[in-house]
Design a protein around this ligand. Structure first.
Ligand code: AHG
Ligand code: MN
Ligand code: MN
Ligand code: MN
Length: 328
């Protein structure tokens, strides 16, 4: 798909980077600014929202609204897509997870933001006359629920020992590290490529008992050295933040997975604003984004918060995992 990259998109991406800087600042001082702990509300996912989930979402909505280029957004923290323009003229749809791994906030473990940008089919015009202002018509849902193949841009910002914004506009993946002394993102990772193989797996093995047999066989093979020339087992690394686990996988290689299981057939991660943007980034870096039985970017979401099983990382590692599931 030939992606149109123009100045208008740059305005959207610039506004996203401002949101990331603002969130990074709040995360850094969460413990001394009363920004830890729960917000006291439950989101559409059924999760207890953290205070920073809510504030990060408000920041993204505000910067996208003031960008003047965004028509509709979909967020993990919004029940339905929201029109962010009073006079709707936005050229873009922006999907985002404003704070990923938010359960880690109180322990100051890495968190992040994830975003994706689509062009808008302009069919979606909010019905401002409706009682519930900003009510988004059905077609706005369609406008938002696009397959990842349509993504014009995707990225994540990791709030960790350093703040790193990773971005692709369809021509490779580039990383920018925030220099706090000047408040600017500085190029630090050029044309990132995921190592073809990697001996690290990143799964929540607490769910092992509920996994399908093929997946258990796969995990047992990794742990018994069944997939290395020297017969050594893989190492496990899992911090419970997709952004942190994904970023390590991007740089060191290996595989991250959040499988479906007996309790949650589609797993936990959301297709539209977690798995599709991360898959676009992974593929642009030479890796893969898979449901275990197919390519994530090919899936058109049926609803905004749809979940899918998700495996991503080194091409060879994801293909090895798929070989255990496709047999099933
Ligand atoms: P979020 O904080 O945006 O709701 O996402 C949390 C996700 C993801 O970041 C992480 O990999 C996964 O949940 C961890 O889930 P478990 O605690 O079930 O392992
Ligand atoms: Mn959440
Ligand atoms: Mn998340
Ligand atoms: Mn989140």
């Amino acid at each position: 798909m030939e992606r149109k990259i123009d100045g208008e998109l740059a305005v959207v991406l610039s506004s996203v980077s401002i949101a990331c800087k603002r969130i990074a600042s709040l995360v850094q001082k969460a413990g001394i600014s009363g920004m830890t702990g729960a917000a006291g509300a439950v989101n559409v996912q059924g999760e207890d929202q953290k205070k920073l989930d809510v504030v990060s979402n408000e920041i993204f909505c505000e910067v996208l609204r003031t960008s003047g280029r965004t028509g509709v957004i979909a967020s993990e923290e919004e029940d339905t897509p929201v029109a962010v323009e009073e006079t709707y003229n936005g050229n873009y749809v922006v999907v985002f997870d404003p704070l990923d791994g938010s359960s880690n906030i109180d322990a100051a473990v890495s968190t992040g933001s994830i975003f994706g940008v689509y062009s808008s089919d302009q069919s979606c015009v909010p019905d401002w006359g409706a009682d519930d202002e900003g009510v988004v018509q059905e077609k706005c849902i369609t406008n938002v629920c696009q397959p990842g193949n349509n993504l014009l841009a995707a990225g994540y910002c990791m709030y960790s020992s350093s703040c790193i914004l990773m971005l692709t506009v369809g021509h490779g993946v580039y990383g920018f590290t925030l220099d706090p002394s000047i408040g600017e993102f500085v190029l630090s990772h050029e044309d990132v490529k995921i190592p073809e193989k990697g001996k690290i797996y990143s799964f929540n093995e607490g769910n092992y008992v509920n996994w399908e047999p093929g997946l258990k066989e796969y995990m047992d093979a990794l742990k018994k050295g069944g997939h290395t020339e020297d017969g050594k087992p893989y190492s496990a690394r899992y911090i419970g933040s997709l952004v942190g686990d994904f970023h390590r996988t991007m740089l060191y290689g290996g595989i991250y997975g959040y499988p479906g299981d007996a309790k949650n057939a589609n797993g936990k991660l959301r297709l539209l604003y977690e798995c599709a943007p991360m898959s676009f980034i992974a593929e642009q870096a030479g890796g893969m984004g898979s449901t275990g039985r197919g390519r994530v970017l090919d899936i058109r979401p049926e609803e905004v918060h749809q979940r899918v099983p998700f495996y991503t990382g080194s091409r060879e590692e994801v293909q090895y995992l798929e070989s255990f599931l496709q047999e099933a």
